[in-house]
Design a protein around this ligand. Structure first.
Ligand SMILES: C[S@@+](CC[C@H](N)C(=O)[O-])C[C@H]1O[C@@H](n2cnc3c(N)ncnc32)[C@H](O)[C@@H]1O
Length: 267
C-alpha cells in the first residue's frame, strides 16, 4: 500500500484536506469514522503494486512455514485492506478483522460476505504457494471464517489469538511515537505465546490523505520498530521494501517484520 503524503498529496481532488487541530494528534483526537474506505482502496489497492506483492509473498511464505492449522487468527486495524486476512485464510478456523473506524467496519462487513474482484490478484499471489492453492474457494472461506469487530488495538485482550497480522497501523493511527510502540505491544500481547505474526509499517511517514481528509502518522525509524517488536517476540525476520515508484515526500520505505510472540509482552 502507499499512503499519499500529506504535503502535495491527495487523490486528484482540488480542495485541500481540512487541517487537524492538534499539531501532533493522538489516536483519540482523530475522527476515524470519517475515513473513506472506497477512496482508500481506490488509491492504495486498485492495482496490485510490486511493494505490496513483496510484502504479501513474504507473509504468505512465513505463514505457510509456521505449521498452523485450525487457528484463531486476528488482523488488527484491517481498515480497507483484505490481503492480510487472505494471507491467514488457509490456516484459520476463525479470522477476526478488527478496526476502530465505523466506516471501515461497515466496508469490511460487506467485503467478507463476498469480496470484490479487485482482491482476486492478491489471492492469486497467495495461490502461487501450494499451501494456498489447495483452497479453491477463498471467497466462500472468508465468508465462513471471517468476523468483523469494532475494536481498538489499545483494548485488545491478552493472549486471545493463535496468529495475527497488523499492517500499516502502528505508524498510521496517530502522530505520537509512544502510541505506535503501545500499539505494537498490545498487538503482540493479544497473541498467545509462540504465535506467528506479521507486522508491516511505513518508515518515515508524516501523514496521509484519504480522499479529502488528512490523517496523522508518526515518522518511525527501522531500529525503533524492531526494538518495539523484539520486546515481545523472537525469531524475527525483518525486510525493508522500497516504494515503487518512490514517493516524493514523507516516506522512506515499508518494513515487514515476522516472528513469534514471547510469553510476556509490554503493553
Ligand atoms: C493506514 S490504515 C491501515 C489499514 C490497513 N491495515 C492497510 O493495510 O491498509 C490505519 C487503520 O487503523 C485504524 N485505526 C485507527 N485507530 C485504531 C485503533 N485505536 N484501533 C484499531 N484500529 C485503528 C483506522 O481506522 C485504519 O483503518
Amino acid at each position: 500500500m502507499t499512503l499519499t503524503p500529506a504535503a502535495g498529496g491527495g487523490c486528484g481532488e482540488s480542495a485541500p484536506p481540512p487541517p487537524i487541530q492538534s499539531p501532533r494528534p493522538v489516536n483519540s483526537d482523530v475522527e476515524w469514522d470519517s475515513f473513506d474506505p472506497q477512496a482508500y482502496v481506490r488509491h492504495n489497492y486498485a492495482v496490485l503494486r510490486a511493494d505490496d506483492r513483496e510484502i504479501l509473498c513474504r507473509t504468505r511464505d512465513f505463514l505457510a512455514e509456521a505449521k498452523l492449522s485450525g487457528a484463531h487468527c486476528v488482523d488488527v486495524g484491517s481498515g480497507a485492506n483484505l490481503y492480510p486476512a487472505l494471507s491467514l485464510l488457509p490456516f484459520a478456523r476463525t479470522i477476526d478483522l478488527c478496526d476502530w473506524s465505523t466506516s471501515n467496519v461497515s466496508w469490511l462487513r460487506t467485503q467478507i460476505d463476498s469480496y470484490d474482484e479487485l482482491w482476486d490478484p492478491y489471492w492469486q499471489v497467495c495461490a502461487e504457494h501450494p499451501a494456498y492453492s489447495a483452497l479453491t474457494d477463498p471467497r466462500g472461506r472468508l465468508a465462513r471464517v471471517g468476523r468483523v469487530l469494532r475494536a481498538s488495538v489499545f483494548d485488545a485482550p491478552k493472549h486471545a489469538w493463535d496468529a495475527g497480522t497488523m499492517f500499516f497501523v502502528a505508524c498510521s493511527i496517530s502522530a505520537d511515537r509512544a502510541e505506535a510502540e503501545r500499539a505494537i505491544g498490545r498487538f503482540l500481547g493479544a497473541l498467545r505465546p509462540g504465535s506467528p505474526f506479521a507486522v508491516a509499517v511505513m518508515l518515515g511517514s508524516r501523514g496521509y490523505s484519504v480522499g479529502q481528509r488528512l490523517f496523522p502518522a508518526v515518522a518511525l525509524r527501522r531500529a525503533e520498530v524492531v526494538a518495539s517488536i523484539a520486546a515481545g517476540a523472537y525469531d524475527l525476520a525483518v525486510h525493508e521494501v522500497r516504494l515503487t515508484p518512490p514517493l516524493r515526500d514523507g516516506y522512506l520505505s515499508m518494513l515487514l517484520t515476522t516472528g513469534r510472540t514471547r510469553g510476556q509482552c509490554r503493553a
